[in-house]
Design a protein around this ligand. Structure first.
Ligand code: UT7
Length: 349
C-alpha cells in the first residue's frame, strides 16, 4: 500500500524578537498577564518591507527540499496554507512557484487558518496516495505582524500572534513502518464570526438593511473597504477568546482520539503530540485530559506565539531538530481554530 511520508522538513522564523515587555509600549498589557493566560514570552516579527508570508515560506521550503534530497524543479505540486497572504489574490502558492523557479506545476492555497497546515497535509497526502504526484511541497506561513491592532483595543488578539513558516516535502513510501497513517478533518460554521477578520470581504453585513438603490456610486465603491471600516478597526481580526478556548479544549482531545482510534492506538503509544500552538493552557489541558506525560507533548509557543498555519510545521520541525522524534515514532498533529475547523494527522516518522 502506498502512503506518503515526510521526506524533508524545514522552518524559518524572522530575526526580530518581540518580547511581551516590548508590546507594553503600544498597548496596556503586561508580561505577567500574557504569560499567565497564554504561556507566551516572546514572538518573532518579520521585516516590515523585505519579508512576506511567501518569502518566509520559501526559506522554510528551501530547507525541506534540500533535506528531501531533491531540487525545486523536482516538486510536482504546491499546497500553501495561510490566513495572511501577500495579496488578497492570487494566493501565495504561485508566488512560491515563481520565486523558486519551479516547473509550471499546480499550486493550491488553503485558507483554513489554524488548522490550515493539517488540512494542507491531508490534501497533499491524497495526491500521493492516489499516485498522481511524487514530490508535494506543503507550506504553512504567516506574517501576522502586518495586520494586527496594536492599540489597547486589539490587545486580546495582538499579543498572541507571531510570524514564521514551516514546510514539508511529501513523497510516496510502501514501508509499513513509516508515513501518514490517516488524517481527519472537521468543521462547524455555526460560530464562524467569533474568530474572524470580516473585512475586506463581500458579506456587506452592515449595508444590508438598505437596498442597493439607496446608495450613490461612491458608497457602492466603498462596500468592500471603507474609511468607516478602518476608523472602527473592522479590518483587524476579531476573536471572542473565551468561547474559542471552551470549544478548543473539547475538540482537540476528540480529534486526537479519533486519529488514534482509527489506527488501533492509544495515547500511551504516542511518542509525541504536536498540537497547534494556540495557547499553552489549551495544550496543557489536552495533555492532562489524554493522560499524556509532559515529554509526549511538544510546545514552543513560549518563543514564537501563535503562528496559525505555521505553528504545527514549526513545532514539528523544531521537535525533530531537537532529537525528540526518531524513525518509526508515532506522532500526532492536531489543530483547532477559526471556522471552526479542526483536524488531526497520525503518522509514523
Ligand atoms: O489559534 C486560534 C485559536 N485561538 C485560540 O485558541 C484562543 C483561545 N482563547 C484564549 O487563548 C484566551 O481566551 C485569551 C488568551 C485570548 C484571553 O484570555 P482569557 O483568560 O480568556 O481573557 P479574557 O478575554 O476573558 O479577558 C480577561 C480580562 C479582560 O478584562 P476585564 O474585562 O476582566 O477587566 C480583558 O480586557 O483581561 C483583559 N485583557 C488583557 N489584559 C492585559 C485581554 N487581553 C489583555 C492583554 N493584556 N493582552
Amino acid at each position: 500500500m502506498t502512503r506518503s511520508r515526510i521526506a524533508g522538513i524545514g522552518m524559518y522564523v524572522p530575526e526580530q524578537v518581540v518580547t511581551n515587555q516590548d508590546l507594553t509600549k503600544y498597548m496596556e498589557t503586561s508580561d505577567a498577564w500574557i504569560q499567565e493566560r497564554t504561556g507566551i514570552k516572546e514572538r518573532r516579527y518579520a521585516h516590515r518591507t523585505e519579508e512576506t508570508t511567501t518569502t518566509m515560506g520559501v526559506e522554510a521550503a528551501k530547507i525541506a527540499i534540500e533535506r528531501a534530497g531533491i531540487t525545486p524543479q523536482d516538486i510536482d505540486f504546491i499546497v500553501f496554507a495561510t490566513l495572511s497572504p501577500d495579496y488578497y489574490f492570487p494566493g501565495c502558492g504561485v508566488l512560491v512557484q515563481r520565486a523558486m523557479k519551479m516547473k509550471e506545476i499546480g499550486a493550491l492555497d488553503v485558507r483554513n487558518q489554524c488548522s490550515g497546515f493539517v488540512y494542507a497535509l491531508s490534501v497533499a497526502d491524497q495526491f500521493i496516495r492516489g499516485g498522481m504526484y511524487k514530490n508535494v511541497l506543503v507550506i504553512g506561513s504567516e506574517k501576522h505582524s502586518f495586520g494586527l491592532d496594536f492599540s489597547t483595543r486589539g490587545r486580546n488578539v495582538s499579543v498572541i500572534f507571531g510570524d514564521g513558516a514551516g514546510a514539508v516535502v511529501l513523497q510516496p513510501t510502501t514501508s509499513d513502518n513509516q508515513g501518514i497513517l490517516s488524517t481527519h478533518l472537521h468543521s462547524d460554521g455555526e460560530s464562524a464570526e467569533i474568530l474572524a477578520m470580516y473585512n475586506p470581504g463581500t458579506h456587506a453585513n452592515h449595508w444590508m438593511e438598505q437596498s442597493l438603490a439607496a446608495f450613490d456610486e461612491a458608497e457602492i465603491g466603498q462596500m468592500f473597504m471603507s474609511h468607516e471600516m478602518i476608523d472602527k478597526a473592522q479590518n483587524f481580526p476579531f476573536m471572542d477568546g473565551p468561547s474559542v478556548f471552551k470549544k478548543a479544549v473539547v475538540k482537540f482531545p476528540e480529534v486526537i482520539m479519533e486519529a488514534l482510534d482509527a489506527n488501533g492506538c492509544t495515547p500511551a503509544d504516542l511518542k509525541l503530540l504536536i498540537p497547534h500552538q494556540a495557547n499553552l493552557r489549551i495544550a496543557q489541558f489536552v495533555q492532562q485530559k489524554l493522560g499524556l506525560s509532559e515529554d509526549q507533548v511538544y510546545n514552543n509557543i513560549q518563543k514564537y506565539g501563535n503562528t496559525t498555519a505555521a505553528s504545527v510545521p514549526l513545532a514539528l520541525c523544531e521537535a525533530w531538530q531537537n532529537g525528540k522524534i526518531q524513525e518509526g515514532d508515532l506522532v500526532c498533529l492536531a489543530a483547532f481554530g477559526s471556522g471552526f475547523t479542526w483536524a488531526s494527522a497520525l503518522l509514523k516518522w
